[in-house]
Design a protein around this ligand. Structure first.
Ligand code: F6P
Length: 327
């Protein structure tokens, strides 16, 4: 049964991810369809504190489904971590007559939400938006597919030049605590090795594999490392590889924020549209303080306090496959 919410606020928070605009579009259009007013809150929780809030119309979200970034801008707000910041934020919502919220972001966004809703009562629905794909309660997060495809395109290019020069390349991809981008781009690009935080990196084995490949005249190596790998990132690995194999021409590339931008893939646009539509309908149905995700193609609603960082489940078989295919 639809409830009587008449005004909602929407914000994007934390690191941006491709597809956030598609989500905003779906939220705005669904809300307007049901005659609910929508207010955009710029720069996430920070904009909520500062009252950077504006009414959105359907034209505000025209032609944004294919654009990276977020038209609402985003931020990681320190002020929202304080009682005073959260109180000011709530006062701003009241001032604008906002009766419910839709929050798009990652782990930090949901941790902020949990603190906020301990103190203040207002219906809210979350959407998983992060390139890292490290949230529980959903199979995929908005932006992950695009980020992996960006990494794949870049690593393919790196392999071309690695082949031409018989070089060893270390490619660092994003993922502060999560190896999903490294794992998937590494598999897709036929990386000789993949180093991720979810698995303890035994550096001796990594070096042993390089040595073995060199001895059998496999002279091109592409190693993909997640920025959050327990051994360290590309710089540390490069230092060690150069020290151990002074004869191998070694280079390191850090892909960095290129992975956060760009036009979202079809998969991210569809995911964001489905989740945005579902979020408004969840509010209308009276749901609150849950993140909407999709698991096995079904909408799933997970309470904010249960949405946490989730490590990749990497089966032994997958690891074996990576080794076998890299031979
Ligand atoms: O949004 C996730 C992420 O891209 C991580 O993969 C990365 O470690 C971090 O954000 C970078 O954050 P910032 O843009 O603040 O440097």
């Amino acid at each position: 049964m639809a409830n009587s919410i008449r005004k909602i606020g929407v914000l994007t928070s934390g690191g941006d991810s491709p597809g956030m605009n598609a989500a905003i579009r779906a939220i705005v259009r669904t809300a307007l369809y049901y005659e609910i007013e929508v207010y955009g809150i710029r720069r996430g929780y920070q904009g909520m504190i500062e009252g950077d809030i504006f009414r959105m119309e359907t034209t505000d979200v025209a032609n944004i489904i294919g654009r990276g970034g977020t038209i609402l801008k985003t931020a990681r707000s320190k002020a929202f971590m304080t009682d005073e910041g959260r109180r000011t934020a709530f006062e701003q919502l009241q001032k604008h007559g906002i009766e419910a919220l839709v929050l798009i972001g990652g782990d930090g966004t949901f941790r902020g939400a949990v603190e906020f809703f301990k103190q203040y009562t207002i219906p809210a629905i979350g959407l998983p938006g992060t390139i890292d794909r490290d949230l529980s309660g959903t199979d995929y997060t908005i932006g992950f597919d695009t980020a992996v495809n960006t990494a794949v395109e870049a690593i393919d290019k790196i392999r071309d030049t690695a082949e031409a020069h018989d070089r060893l390349f270390i490619v660092e991809v994003m993922g502060r605590d999560a190896g999903y981008i490294a794992l998937n781009s590494g598999i897709a690009c036929g990386a000789e090795d993949i180093l991720i935080p979810e698995l303890v990196t035994h550096i001796d084995q990594v070096l042993k594999r390089i040595d073995y490949d060199e001895r059998r005249k496999k002279t091109v190596h592409v190693l993909v490392v997640a920025e959050g790998d327990d051994f360290g990132g590309a710089a540390e690995l490069m230092r060690l590889v150069k020290e151990r194999f002074p004869g191998i021409d070694t280079r390191a590339t850090i892909l960095g924020h290129i992975q956060r931008g760009g036009s979202p893939t079809y998969a991210d646009r569809v995911l964001a549209s489905r989740l945005g539509y579902a979020a408004v309908n969840a509010l209308r149905a009276g749901d609150t303080q849950v993140m909407v995700g999709i698991i096995n193609d079904k909408l799933v609603y997970t309470p904010f306090e249960q949405v946490g960082k989730e490590n990749a489940h990497i089966s032994d078989d997958l690891i074996e496959m990576i080794r076998v295919l890299a031979v």
